[in-house]
Design a protein around this ligand. Structure first.
Ligand code: ADP
Length: 578
C-alpha cells in the first residue's frame, strides 16, 4: 500500500492523462457491454419479425457501438500508456542521478550489473505495470462486474446456473497463467545466463584462442543452452496440455449453457436473442476474469521491482555543495591518518600516516604494491573519510571544504584514465566544460598531446572509444594529463601507469610531467622510480606506514633502507628486460 501511494505521488503530473484514460475506459466498457444487447435486438426484434427496416437500423446501431468502442479503446490505451511511459522516464532519470549522487562506499558494495538492472529491467517491469497493466486491470474489473450485472438482467436463472461454472474456470485459467509465467521466467533467466557465457567467450576471444580453449567455451555454452532448452520443453508441455484442458472446459460450459438455455427457450421462458446475448456476456466475463488472474502475477512482480527502486530512490545522496568552495594554495598535511576501507573494516590499510607538502612542492610516494599509496589519493579526494587523524588543505580540515570545491581544486591523472565516448575536445574539457578550443589546445600542448591529436584527420573532433579511435596507453595518459592541466588545479595528482608505456610515450609523458614540476603542489604515486628522482621529497611506504622520507640521493645512501632495495630491485628488473 505504501509503495502504491509512492507510485501515485511519483505520477502526480500524469494524473490528468490518467483521468482522460479512465473516462475513455468507461465509455468503451459501456459500449462493449451494450453490444450483446444490440445483437439480441437484431435477432429478436428484426429477424424474428422479418422486419427489414428494423434490421437495417439495428445493424447500424451495432456498427455505431463498435465504432465508439474502438475509438475510445484506442484513446484509453494512448493515455494510459503515455502516462506510464512518462512516469517511468522520470523515475529512470531520478534513479540515475540518485546513483550518481551516492558516495564511493556505495559503489564498493554494489555490483554495476545490478544497478544497471534496476535502471533497465526493474523500471521496465514497472513501466508495464503502470501503463498497460493498470489500464487492463481497470478494464477487466469494469467488464467482469458490468458483465455480471448484464447477465443477471438478461436472465437471472441462467446466471445462477453458470455462476457455478465460471469461478472454477477462472481459477483454472489463472493457475495455468501463473504456471506458464513462472516457467517462462526461469527459461528467460537461463537464456540470459547462456548469453552471459557467450559474451564472456566472444569478448575474451583472444584469450580463448591463445589457450586453444574453443572447445571448452563451446561446451560451456552448450551446457547452458541445454538447461534453457529443458525449461522451454517444460513450458511447451504445460501450454500444450493446459491450453486444451482449459478450452475443453470452456467449450463444455458453452454447451451446457446452450443446452440449459435452449431448454428455457423451448419452454418459452427465453428468446433466442436473449440466449445469444447471454452467451456473449458469458464470454466477456470469462475473458475478463481470466485476465484479472494473469494480471495479478504481473502486479506482484511490479511490486517487488518498485520496492527495489524506491529503496534506492530514498537513499541519501552526497551533498557536494556545502563548505569552503575552493582550496587556495594547495598546502597539504596528513596528520596521523588511520584508515580501513568500509567494505573491509577489520583490515587496516593506513596505520598512522603523517607528512606535509608545500604548495609548490613535488612529492613522490613509493613502496611495494599494496602498501597503501593509491589509498592516500582516495582519501585526498575524500572518496572516503579518515577513521582517525585528519587531512588539512591550507591548514584547514578537508572536511570543511565542499566536496565539489575540493575536487575541482585537485587535478588527477589516474593509472588507467577513463575517456568518455565523445570527441577528444570534449574529453579534455571534461573538468572545465566552458573551456574554449584555444584553452584545450594549450593544455594539450603542455601534455604533449597536441601533435598526435592533430595528426588524426578529424583532429580534436576525433571520437574516442567504441565508436572512434582506440588510443594507446601513452596517448590516453597524455589526454588525461591535458584534462587535468586544463583545470589549472592547485594540486596535481598522478597515479602512474604500472603497465610499461612504449618508450616514446613514456618519454613524452615524463617530459609533460617534468614541465609541470614546481608550478603547483604535485603528488606522484610512483610505480617507476625514474620519475621520482626530481621530486623534492620522496615518501617510502610499507604496510600502511611511511617508513622513510627524503630526497632521492639522501634515501639512496641509506643502504639498509627500503628505498635502496626498491631501486636495486627495479634496476635488476630493467637489466633483465634489456
Ligand atoms: P598501492 O597503491 O600501494 O598498491 P592500495 O592503496 O591500492 O595500494 O591498497 C592498499 C590495500 O587496500 C590493499 O591491501 C588493497 O587490497 C586494499 N584496498 C584497495 N582498495 C580497496 C577497496 N576499494 N576496498 C577494500 N580494500 C581495498
Amino acid at each position: 500500500m505504501e509503495t502504491f501511494k509512492k507510485l501515485l505521488r511519483l505520477s502526480r503530473s500524469e494524473w490528468p492523462q490518467l483521468g482522460w484514460g479512465l473516462l475513455f475506459l468507461s465509455i468503451s466498457s459501456v459500449a462493449l457491454l451494450a453490444y450483446p444487447h444490440s445483437i439480441k435486438r437484431i435477432i429478436d426484434e428484426a429477424i424474428a419479425q422479418k422486419d427489414q427496416s428494423q434490421l437495417n437500423l439495428a445493424a447500424l446501431l451495432a456498427l455505431g457501438i463498435f465504432a465508439i468502442q474502438s475509438i475510445t479503446s484506442a484513446l484509453r490505451y494512448y493515455f494510459f500508456t503515455l502516462a506510464g511511459e512518462k512516469t517511468v522516464k522520470r523515475m529512470r532519470a531520478r534513479l540515475f542521478s540518485q546513483i550518481m549522487g551516492q558516495n564511493i562506499t556505495f559503489f564498493d558494495k554494489q555490483k554495476t550489473g545490478e544497478l544497471l538492472g534496476r535502471l533497465s529491467s526493474d523500471t521496465a517491469v514497472l513501466q508495464n505495470a503502470l501503463s498497460v497493466n493498470i489500464s487492463m486491470l481497470v478494464r477487466s474489473l469494469v467488464q467482469a462486474l458490468g458483465g455480471l450485472v448484464m447477465l443477471f438482467m438478461t436472465s437471472a436463472k441462467l446466471t445462477v446456473f453458470i455462476l457455478v461454472i465460471i469461478p472454477p474456470l477462472g481459477l483454472l485459467a489463472a493457475r495455468f497463467g501463473r504456471k506458464v509465467k513462472a516457467i517462462s521466467k526461469r527459461a528467460q533467466d537461463a537464456l540470459a545466463a547462456s548469453s552471459g557465457v557467450a559474451e564472456e567467450g566472444i569478448s575474451g576471444v583472444r584469450t580463448v584462442k591463445s589457450f586453444a580453449q574453443e572447445k571448452f567455451e563451446n561446451n560451456r555454452y552448450d551446457e547452458r543452452l541445454e538447461i534453457s532448452f529443458g525449461l522451454s520443453k517444460e513450458k511447451i508441455g504445460v501450454i500444450a496440455s493446459f491450453t486444451n484442458l482449459v478450452s475443453l472446459v470452456g467449450l463444455s460450459a458453452v454447451v451446457f449453457i446452450v443446452w440449459y438455455g435452449g431448454t428455457l427457450v423451448i419452454q418459452g421462458e427465453m428468446t433466442v436473442g436473449t440466449l445469444t446475448s447471454f452467451l456473449l456476456y458469458v464470454i466477456t466475463v470469462a475473458f475478463s476474469v481470466g485476465m484479472l488472474g494473469s494480471l495479478w502475477t504481473d502486479f506482484m512482480s511490479a511490486y517487488g521491482a518498485s520496492g527495489r527502486i524506491f529503496e534506492l530512490l530514498e537513499k541519501e545522496t552526497e551533498n557536494i555543495e556545502v563548505g569552503i568552495p575552493q582550496i587556495k594554495t594547495g598546502r597539504i598535511e596528513f596528520n596521523d591518518v588511520h584508515f580501513a576501507y568500509p567494505s573491509r573494516p577489520e583490515f587496516p590499510v593506513l596505520k598512522g600516516v603523517s607528512f606535509s607538502m608545500d604548495s609548490h612542492e613535488t612529492v613522490a610516494v613509493v613502496g611495494s604494491s599494496g602498501a597503501g599509496k593509491s589509498t592516500l589519493v582516495q582519501l585526498l579526494m575524500r572518496f572516503y573519510e579518515t577513521d582517525i587523524g585528519s587531512i588539512l588543505f591550507d591548514g584547514i580540515d578537508s572536511k570543511s571544504y565542499s566536496l565539489k570545491g575540493l575536487r575541482e581544486s585537485i587535478g588527477i591523472v589516474a593509472q588507467e584514465p577513463i575517456l568518455v565516448s565523445e570527441s577528444l575536445f570534449e574529453n579534455i574539457r571534461y573538468g572545465k566544460p566552458d573551456a574554449t578550443l584555444v584553452e584545450v589546445q594549450n593544455a594539450a600542448r603542455l601534455a604533449f598531446a597536441h601533435d598526435f591529436i592533430t595528426s588524426f584527420p578529424d583532429g580534436y573532433e576525433t571520437l574516442v572509444g567504441e565508436r572512434g579511435v582506440q588510443l594507446s596507453g601513452g596517448q590516453k595518459q597524455r589526454v588525461a594529463i591535458a584534462r587535468a592541466l586544463l583545470k589549472n588545479p592547485r594540486i596535481l595528482v598522478l597515479d602512474e601507469a604500472t603497465s610499461a608505456l612504449d618508450a616514446e610515450s613514456e618519454h613524452l609523458v615524463q617530459k609533460a610531467l617534468e614541465d609541470q614540476i614546481g608550478k603547483r603542489a604535485t603528488l606522484i604515486i610512483a610505480h617507476r622510480l625514474s620519475t621520482v628522482k626530481r621530486a623534492d621529497k620522496i615518501l617510502v611506504m610499507q604496510e600502511g606506514r611511511v617508513v622513510q622520507v627524503g630526497t632521492h640521493s639522501e634515501l639512496f645512501k641509506q643502504e639498509t633502507g627500503l628505498y635502496h632495495k626498491l631501486v636495486e630491485r627495479q634496476f635488476e628488473n630493467s637489466k633483465e628486460n634489456l
